[in-house]
Design a protein around this ligand. Structure first.
Ligand code: LLP
Length: 452
């Protein structure tokens, strides 16, 4: 038996591997199930998640955070499937949301509003009203202008809005520029220079129940020193506010803990927890973290099938049936997701392929891989570490339907989102009264245009 890197592993898959995925007799298993067998029943492409991997990650992080007393609010944007939210909520997790849609998802998953934190740089009046209406635990305020709207909505409701102010600490998270959020000039948070004044005025507003501060400097942090810098600055602000006689009870520390996309070692979670304890425990605040990727990223794969092989210049391109609309991270951030074939061949030879999707964009390429087994049309492969920001970032570009999601738990699996149909897609659109119906459109209606 071999692991993802092709190394021999001593133990057969009798119990769950720590990461939930392993090869058994040349076949890729998610927990106790062969992915190929699932793919016989669920048409590719589809996302497949391992419940045990999510449970293990949550339990480990919660355990490491115990000395700091920090609680966990899962960043719903990383994977917003209701069954995944339910799984995490069942383990004790709260939720960090960034839109009214995510709020409805969390509520539908049965999460108590008293465990939901509302982040996000552009909350609408309607979203704020709904959050206050359900009795949300906390709204993280991103600007003075937003604070005014929250006050106004709370006044109309006759309630006090529970808030914290998100500070932009001007710290370089040393991550990809597109997911860095804590530098001066980034659109997020309130600048560290103006935070104390705004805090003082918010503390006086009768419509506001000002609880503390929040910070989130970016995502996919592999180096932990930016956390140290940001939390150090946060602690300084807390001390300054307190010395001005202002109460600071809660600190929301954001998410961002990175994962290794090549099954190597990621950042040390014990070290991360120690940084929190050392930087902030002395302040005696209620602490919360908002991890997304770290909890669910390694728990998911995107299963796809090779459609065609073609020679493109010096390299062979395998066109697969998944595309950038299903997993946008490679084209958006240049991310490289590991490839896990569903069956490893006895033939140990390897080939180089560019893996590309069918979308009409040159950037619809997953990457060039040097060490894949020989592929042919019909071969099934998967992209690993796709449990975070995969399905949740998918679109229907090129009128491709959103793919299905499957959750595996030990030896059973369930379709936790069915694949979108063409009728779902077209059903959102209405015709104008001034355009005449084309004969072809009528034909399409009469034959029902099922998914091809
Ligand atoms: N809290 C806040 C306020 C956030 O903005 C985010 C992520 C998180 C928590 C969770 O961060 P995480 O622990 O997942 O790194 N689409 C990008 C990632 C965007 C992250 C946006 N904010 C990607 O695929 O890499």
């Amino acid at each position: 038996m071999t692991n993802h890197n092709g190394q021999e592993q001593a133990t057969p898959l009798t119990a769950l591997q720590p990461d939930g995925f392993a090869y058994l007799n040349g076949e890729l298993f998610v927990e106790g199930l062969s992915v190929d067998k699932i793919a016989d029943k669920v048409p590719t492409p589809f996302y497949c998640y391992s419940a045990a991997t999510i449970r293990n990650a949550y339990t480990l992080l919660a355990d490491k955070l115990k000395p700091s007393g920090a609680s966990i609010c899962f960043a719903v944007k990383a994977n917003s499937n209701i069954s995944v939210l339910r799984l995490l909520s069942g383990l004790g997790s709260g939720m960090d949301i960034v839109s009214g849609g995510e709020l409805e998802r969390a509520l539908t998953a049965g999460v108590s509003p008293s465990k939901i934190v509302f982040s996000g740089v552009g909350k609408t009046r309607a979203e704020i009203a709904r959050a206050l209406g359900v009795g949300i635990h906390q709204i993280n305020v991103e600007s003075a202008a937003e604070l005014d709207v929250i006050r106004d909505v709370a006044r109309n409701f006759g309630c006090r809005a529970p808030i914290v102010l998100r500070v932009n600490p001007d710290v370089d998270a040393r991550t990809h520029a597109k997911i860095s959020t804590g530098k001066k000039g980034d659109k997020f948070g309130i600048s560290i220079e103006s935070i104390t004044d705004l805090y003082a005025s918010a503390a006086e507003a009768p419509e506001l129940d000002l609880q503390g501060l929040a910070v989130h400097i970016g995502s996919q942090l592999l180096n932990l020193s930016p956390y140290q810098a940001a939390y150090g600055r946060l602690a300084t602000v807390v001390k300054e506010l307190r010395s001005n006689g202002l109460a600071v009870r809660r600190l929301d520390l954001g998410g961002g803990l990175g994962i290794s996309y090549d099954f190597g070692l990621g950042p040390d979670v014990s070290e991360y927890a120690d940084i929190i304890t050392e930087s902030l425990s002395g302040l005696r605040c209620e602490l919360t973290v908002e991890p997304g990727r770290w909890l669910v990223g390694p728990a998911g794969i995107l299963v796809t099938e090779v459609l065609y092989l073609k020679k493109t210049g010096d390299i062979v391109t395998a066109v697969v049936d998944a595309a950038m609309n299903d997993l946008i991270r490679p084209s958006l951030y240049g991310a490289v997701h590991p490839v896990l074939p569903l069956r490893s061949s006895d033939d140990r030879s390897t080939c180089a392929y560019q893996l590309a999707g069918p979308v009409c964009e040159t950037s619809d390429v997953f990457g060039s891989y040097g060490n894949l087994p020989p592929l042919q049309s019909g071969a099934r492969i998967s992209f690993g570490c796709a449990g975070a920001y995969g399905a949740s970032m998918a679109s229907s570009y090129n009128s491709r339907d959103l793919v299905a999601e499957v959750l595996v738990d030990v030896d059973r699996f369930r379709l936790i989102r069915r694949r979108q149909t063409i009728d779902d897609l077209l059903g959102l659109e209405t015709s104008t009264p001034w355009q005449t119906t084309q004969p072809n459109a009528e034909a399409a209606n009469t034959v029902g245009m099922g998914r091809i």
